[in-house]
Design a protein around this ligand. Sequence first.
Ligand code: GDP
Ligand code: IMO
Ligand code: MG
Length: 427
Amino acid sequence: MTKNIVIVGTQWGDEGKGKITDYLGNEADVVCRFQGGNNAGHTIVIDGNKFALHLIPSGIFHEDKINIMGNGMVINPIAFKNEVLELENKGFSTKNLFVSSRAHVTLPYHIELDKLQEEIKGDQNVGTTFKGIGPTYTDKYSRIGIRVCDFINDDIFKQKLTFVINWHNHIFKAYGKKLFDVEEVFIEMKEYQIFMKNYVCDTTKLIDDLKNDNKKILFEGAQGALLDIEQGTYPFVTSSTPTAAGVATGSGVGPNYIEKVLGIVKSYSTRVGSGKFVSEIDGDIANYIRERGHEYGTTTGRARRIGWFDTVVINHTRRVSGLTDLSIMLLDVLSGLDEIKICTHYLFKGEEINYFPALIDDLNECLPVYETLAGWQEDITACSSFDELPLNAQKYLNRIEELTGVSISLISVGPDRKQTIVKNKMW
Ligand code: GDP
Ligand code: IMO
Ligand code: MG
């Protein structure tokens, strides 16, 4: 019997990880997020009601499940309190929510640093979410970060805050920005410190106990493999490890524990922020897909860039994340198109390649090589099995399996929990 599944984004984020985490969370005992912060926006639709989560794992809508925010996350205490209260106000309990004492906290100066860095980069900016994610991870790796265990302890928090604010004020001063005042931040954080304290524990130990109790654990990734700091389109990436490898470091389990890695993949591609996107399209078809798929960011409201399904990308993710299964999302959005394209290779310096070049300048030179398939006109949002899908939709999915070498286990035909087709059982 399957004991754990890792859910990862295979493209540039927003693939529908939240929906599938909620869906598979029904049969799990535990849901654990292992990286990222409130740069994420995970949407869950239950009986027509839409919920957006940024920090809290998408298992929270199942009352009896344990939800864990792992040590690999960066947590903005203000956003955390707001998100918890919003859920509680809507009648969802957070009594089984646990925050890792080893996770790092995002504080107001991280957000200002994020904005400043983007400003300095000018037209080379990353297009970040301005949530302070990069600077929080930078502090972590510079070993000057403030962890949750520090944050909830008055004396230690004050001491670390004094050091780190003095450190960053040099930069703010150099660029003529407003300086931060230790006392002001300390006082502002008081209510959030007290609030967060109730949720904190050693989640590494908690997960180990749950594992030993044979509990089923679902790991929820944020972002996507192409935004991975190691394997993504660097420097146009986030600052964490959204691939399955991040589960080990970000939640404190050994890599040999992982059984299944479910890649969440849109039936086309989207990207927000800067950076090359080889299969990007614009014009009528892009607009058709953007409107049907409501392709506007959950976190920032930005219009998402649109492209065709790219097997070079998915093969890259298969390798770096060890994908065992795929969940194809938003297939319903493609209904009504006469033709659908799949990018099978890149044309690079006159040669067809099927790997992702590391050098951004090389990637910028790549052109998409497409295969064209016939589309389908039928509305598929009520289909509940693979066989009910129009023949051309089946052919499209079969071709994706052939080109990626990964079996499709789930197919999503609408945003609602119920609009999910199971081809192979995951648990
Ligand atoms: P995440 O960040 O990976 O969790 O994805 P987001 O929630 O940011 O973006 C996915 C969007 O697609 C959300 O608005 C979902 O409600 C929606 N969605 C998910 N699956 C489907 C689907 O199969 N069909 C349609 N039409 N929308 C979907
Ligand atoms: P979910 O979990 C889509 C993108 C930003 C930017 C880059 C770096 O909802 O899929 P950051 O603020 O992380 O430093 O920004 O990464 N980005 C996302 N794009 N979905 C996300 O999360 C993202 N999180 C970050 O747009 O290009
Ligand atoms: Mg999202």
